[in-house]
Structures are given as C-alpha cells and as structure tokens.
Design a binder for this molecule. Structure first.
Ligand code: SF4
Ligand code: SF4
Length: 73
C-alpha cells in the first residue's frame, strides 16, 4: 500500500493589516469566513496566515482601508 502525503498549499494571496490605520472596529473579524482575522486586545487586527485564503472580504468591509490583499512572499 502506497502512503500519500497531503501537503496543503497556502493560498497565493493573503490579507495584510496596516496597524497604524486600524481602528479596531471588528468589522473584518465579523465577515471573515475562515476566522483568520481577529482584533487583538482591542488594539488592532491580526491575521492568522495559516487560515487566510485571501478572499478580500475583510478588506472590502474595513472602514479605515487598513487591509490590503497581497501576494504572499
Ligand atoms: S482575506 Fe478573507 S480569509 Fe483572509 S482574513 Fe480577510 S476575510 Fe479572512
Ligand atoms: S475592519 Fe479595518 S479598522 Fe476595523 S478592525 Fe478590521 S482592520 Fe481594523
């Protein structure tokens, strides 16, 4: 029997937060279908890169335009 190793590749794009502009409103956290972005200690949002699929919903909802969707390095 041949064993298969499944490697889950990360999405090509991911969300990047500009902490200087984040108002910690929580809108991004509310719309993320992956639970990949959370407001950290009421200060600014942070992205879990392992979960983010770069869908852009958070960026579209952000009233401060603090989230950009970028190609992973
Ligand atoms: S890009 Fe999509 S998956 Fe990534 S944090 Fe934003 S809403 Fe969540
Ligand atoms: S939606 Fe924008 S301003 Fe609101 S917590 Fe998320 S990154 Fe910050």
């Amino acid at each position: 029997m041949v064993e298969k190793t499944v490697i889950k590749a990360k999405a090509k794009r991911h969300a990047v937060v500009d902490r200087e502009h984040c108002a910690a409103c929580g809108a991004c956290e509310a719309v993320c279908p992956r639970g990949a972005i959370v407001v950290w200690k009421g200060s600014f949002s942070v992205v879990n890169d392992d979960l983010c699929v770069g869908c852009g919903r958070c960026s579209a909802e952000c009233p401060a335009s603090a989230i950009s969707i970028e190609v992973r390095a």
